[in-house]
Design a protein around this ligand. Structure first.
Ligand code: PGA
Length: 251
């Protein structure tokens, strides 16, 4: 059985007081939700304060990025050990914004995933095709390359995969449930090629303009096990509604 997994990716939003205000409203609203994993991924600057506030609650903590070396002269970077030490359970790797604006490659994403796991973190590993790639009929080639190269030597037991079609991120253009299911099914089959039967226990999240209005129908798809939510995760009430999506549980 795959336990649903709903994560908020705040990207470069919220100061520490704003993050704390969110949690003040959000924690009581979801305190009784016990049948799914809930995770917040704030910017680095809020991790320490949120870790203290979320300790002992039903909400996990994720960073949005890390560097792929253990330590040393890498000005401005943050290591896996630092994230683990500050109280993170997860780290996002390979988000399309990092691939696009910070020139991350399958190789650097792979190194990040491995060093994160080596330091006790689980990885939320993002993949997805651009609009040009989809229109050129290359969606599956891109997903296969990102999975095979990015997941080399990555431990399946500390892995969550997020399918985020780049054309759906922050655009208000959500993949239809059929499009999402088709891609997720393909990803599950590829994961079987890599991890054999363990692929059935990997949560595959959908990301890209998830809202309270479309969450139920996306989460109902057989291979959609949760969501990675950007814009609609910034307000406690809208993220609460997504967390409390109906149906589609116990796949
Ligand atoms: P969005 O972002 O929900 O704002 O489209 C999702 C993501 O990038 O993780």
């Amino acid at each position: 059985m795959r336990r649903p997994f709903i994560a908020a990716n705040w990207k470069m939003n919220k100061t520490v007081p704003e993050a704390m205000d969110f949690v003040y409203a959000f924690l009581p609203a979801v305190a009784e939700v016990k049948d799914r994993d809930i995770v917040l991924a704030p910017p680095f600057t809020s991790l320490f304060a949120l870790a203290e506030r979320l300790a002992g609650t039903n909400i996990g903590l994720s960073a949005q990025n890390l560097f792929y070396e253990e330590k040393g002269a890498f000005t401005g970077e943050v290591s896996a050990a630092m994230l683990e030490d500050v109280g993170c359970d997860y780290v996002i790797t390979g988000h399309s914004e990092r691939r696009q604006y910070f020139l991350e490659t399958d190789e650097t994403v792979n190194r990040k995933a491995k060093i994160a796991q080596g330091n006790g973190l689980s990885v939320i590993f993002c993949i997805g095709e651009s609009l040009n790639e989809r229109e050129a009929g290359m969606t599956y080639d891109v997903l296969r390359r990102q999975l095979r190269n990015g997941l080399s030597e990555v431990d399946v037991r500390k892995l969550v995969v997020a399918y985020e079609p780049v054309w759906a991120i922050g655009t208000g253009k959500t993949a239809t449930p059929d499009q999402a299911q088709e891609a997720h099914k393909y990803i599950r089959d590829e994961l079987r090629g890599i991890y054999k039967n363990d692929a059935d226990s990997v949560r595959i999240l959908y990301g890209g303009s998830v809202t309270p209005e479309n969450a139920d129908s996306l989460m109902a798809c057989a291979d959609v096990d949760g969501a990675l939510v950007g814009g609609a995760s910034l307000k406690p009430d809208s993220f609460e509604k997504i967390v409390k999506f109906k149906g589609g549980i116990n796949k």
